[in-house]
Write a protein that binds this ligand. Structure first.
Ligand code: HSE
Length: 335
């Protein structure tokens, strides 16, 4: 299977690392031999139709800041558009930073790949939050698969769980903690008395926050995930503008301490029932949804199965990279 990797940040670098160290296991257990034929970053691209030497690409990226500096295979300044349609490959992996205003450049990359008959895996929430119904239709029309399990919950299979396990049941509501950075920040502010700025700084250093961290703290990242879930689990055709959103900028350490004395914690909760909403919400500390750190937790409330909660790490390079591999395997099974 030939892969084109667009965007080479924390998640994509974790993916190439896993592909390198687990090469043998992926072949033996799944009969899969993924070859990355091109990687694109801001400086240009690296291309080898026989498959790039990923260890070498990683070290070049660390040393020079761009994969395009690799001798022989590097093409400095060349954009993704030069290869998405024309280079032979089965799957395009879109991992550029999320832009929730325009969806770009991710949306154009995904559209171009689907139109060229390539399967797409994306961990970029922007294109999906703004145009998931249209992109799904485009994938179906072109007879290819669009997968995005890493866009909600990082490596935790929240989308797979909701879609597959509850397919015969009727979902009445969904609520949960959908953003790892703000959960981490609120936990640090409550437990260790960190200021908002200190907690945000830590979330950035640890690589949980978005390239533009206002997406996390203003609730837009959680709203994007809520949009994806609403489209994926229900028959709603929704986009980001259908969600009412409030972030955590006004929450102070004193508010968290005061709530804690009463046996509550303040969490950024996304909820889908008749309405769709993201905002700071008090949860009883005994509520199973009330988890700390970077964890995400989603409660599915369905007609027959009742309440089910899925909890897991919602952010991080290796975690999200594991979801890309899950999607890859899923596509491979369907091919
Ligand atoms: N910034 C996101 C978060 C990354 O903190 O949850 C994972 O989507």
């Amino acid at each position: 299977m030939r892969l084109i990797l667009i965007g080479y940040g924390v998640v994509a670098q974790s993916l190439t690392k896993i592909l390198t160290v687990r090469k043998q296991e992926i072949l033996e257990r799944h009969g899969m031999h993924p070859r990355v034929v091109a990687i694109v970053d801001k400086g240009g691209l690296a291309l080898n139709t026989k498959g790039l030497d990923l260890e070498r690409v990683e070290s070049i990226k660390k040393k020079y800041g761009t994969v395009a500096s690799i001798p022989e295979y590097g093409r400095p300044g060349k954009p993704a558009q030069d290869i998405i349609g024309s280079l032979d490959a089965e799957v395009v992996i879109e991992a550029t930073p999320t832009n929730l205003e325009t969806g770009e450049p991710g949306t154009s990359h995904i559209e171009e790949a689907l139109k060229a008959g390539k399967h797409v895996i994306t961990v970029n929430k922007g294109p999906l939050a703004l145009a998931l119904p249209a992109l799904t239709e485009m994938a179906t029309y072109n007879g290819v698969h669009l997968r995005f399990s890493g866009t909600v919950g990082g490596g935790t299979p929240i989308l797979d769980f909701g879609r597959n396990c509850l397919s015969f049941d009727r979902l009445l509501s969904i609520e949960g903690i959908l953003n790892g950075s703000t959960n981490y920040m609120l936990t640090e502010m409550e437990k260790h008395g960190s200021t908002f700025e200190e907690a945000l700084n830590e979330a950035q250093i640890k690589g949980y926050a978005e390239a533009d961290p206002s997406l996390d703290v203003d609730g837009l990242d959680a709203a994007a995930k809520l949009t994806i879930m609403a489209n994926w689990f229900t028959d709603k055709d929704v986009t980001l503008k259908d969600i009412s959103v409030e972030g955590i900028r006004d929450i102070k350490p004193e508010d968290l301490k005061e709530a804690s004395k009463r046996g509550f914690a303040i969490k950024l909760i996304g909820r889908i029932d008749k309405k769709m909403k993201v905002g700071p919400t008090e949860l009883k500390t005994s509520d199973p949804l009330c988890i700390g750190g970077t964890l995400n937790a989603v409660k599915f409330h369905s007609e027959f199965a009742g309440d089910e909660i899925i909890i897991g790490k919602g952010a991080g390079g290796p975690e999200t990279a594991s979801s890309i591999l899950r999607d890859l395997l899923n596509i491979r099974e369907k091919m």
